[in-house]
Design a protein around this ligand. Structure first.
Ligand code: ZN
Length: 392
């Protein structure tokens, strides 16, 4: 029930100093100097030594194909489902699942079931309703209904635009979905965010900008992702962020699947900061289990890879170690920023009353050492905890 992490450098994301963190059940009970707990009535207190470690909020990954995705090269190229330990060993304690190109053989009911399964295993999960396509394929028959009736649904996505795989939505179709997401989100007390997949088409983010221009829907209703896909798209993303929008970069682990023109996350983040973009206006997601199909210039399929959840922290670590971006700023992209954009209550910060989701990193290497999700130790010494064998 009660855990105390002793003498750890706490990043809220802001640096608080060397403190003790009290965890009571699934919540952070306090962060202070010299916390001690003396119970005479048999309440067990476990002490975790935090010396030589940094405590950061558990990571939030806002775009993962938890059910698998792909299929762009035929059925044999469908990608596999994610496992709990793929996420926990990557420090991810909150994940938002989405479908992708295939919204036919992969459907919302299976996505919801997969999200529930991961939640039962100990992390926090949400999903977006829909797939690449408009009309949006929902559970209840409508975007507003899904947002209002199903707790796990916090937005719509990933809707594809500017991509040869998209449903080529018109401005009217796209604005209608955005309107439903906005109003449904308001009524349900959720973000109602539209997670927008951007392809490499020349129209880039035009459809989002036109919607913002011609309707009353604010720019903050949209979270365009894969913004670092190409240098042109990234430039458009900078303008989008300048207008107050939030942009999402996609991490990658395998340089083989990096488009020649793709912007690495570290370089991208550095550029955004240099351009004066607010450190609150960008996020990073892994696109894990998504397919990384390679098409030639005629849009013919030539090969495929699979995204990994591990890239999320690897990219942020590169931002810190290689690009020398301040630690407190870099970690916001996978903690407090997505929590705010997606309106995830009690997530993304280390503060009393917040969920006890946190990672302990080794100070010298920034390797993930311990991961705690809702007060439960999921990863210890960098290895997944086998429940029933270790104390947790
Ligand atoms: Zn995508």
């Amino acid at each position: 029930m009660i855990k105390i992490i002793k003498n750890v450098k706490v990043y809220q994301p802001q640096y608080m100093g060397v403190k003790d963190i009290l965890i009571v059940g699934d919540k952070i009970g306090g962060i202070d100097d010299g916390i001690s707990a003396n119970f005479e009535n048999g309440v067990e207190v476990s002490i975790i030594d935090g010396s030589g470690k940094l405590a950061v909020p558990g990571f939030i990954d806002s775009h993962v194909h938890i059910l698998g995705g792909g299929g762009e090269g035929g059925f044999k190229t469908r990608t596999p489902e994610i496992k709990l330990t793929d996420l926990t060993t990557a420090g991810i304690t909150t994940v938002v699942g989405c479908l992708g190109t295939d919204g036919v053989t992969r459907n919302m009911m299976s996505l919801l079931a997969k999200a529930r399964g991961l939640e039962e295993e100990g992390i926090t999960t949400f999903i977006y309703t829909g797939s690449y396509r408009i009309p949006v394929t929902t559970i209840t028959g409508g975007v507003m209904e899904d947002l209002m009736a199903i707790d796990k649904i916090i937005g719509v996505g990933e809707i594809a635009i500017s991509d040869h795989r998209s449903s080529q939505p018109t401005l009217e179709e796209f604005s209608r979905v955005a309107a439903d997401a906005r109003v449904g989100g308001m009524l349900a007390g959720k973000a109602g965010i539209l997670d927008i997949h951007l392809g490499d088409g020349p129209k880039m983010i035009d459809l989002i900008l036109k919607t913002v221009e011609e309707t009353e829907i604010p720019i903050t209703q949209f979270l365009p992702t894969h913004i670092n896909r190409s240098s042109h798209l990234f430039e458009a993303g900078i303008e989008f962020a300048r207008k107050g929008g939030c942009i999402d970069m996609t991490g990658t682990d395998d340089p083989e699947f990096l488009d020649p023109d793709e912007i690495r996350v570290g370089k991208g983040m550095k550029r955004l900061l240099m351009e004066g973009i607010s450190e609150d206006n960008f996020t990073l997601s892994s696109d894990a289990q998504g397919s990384l199909p390679i098409f030639n210039e005629k849009k013919e399929y030539i090969g495929i890879g699979v995204g990994t959840a591990a890239c999320l922290w690897n990219e942020i670590r590169d931002c810190i170690q290689k690009e020398e971006i301040p630690f407190e700023i870099a970690i916001k992209a996978i903690t407090s920023n997505p929590a705010r954009m997606l309106k995830l209550r009690n997530k993304g910060r280390l503060e009393p009353g917040y969920d006890a989701d946190l990672c302990l990193l080794k100070e010298d290497t920034l390797d993930i050492d311990t991961v705690i999700a809702k007060g439960r130790v999921m990863v210890k010494d960098g290895k997944p905890v086998v429940f029933g064998t270790f104390e947790n």
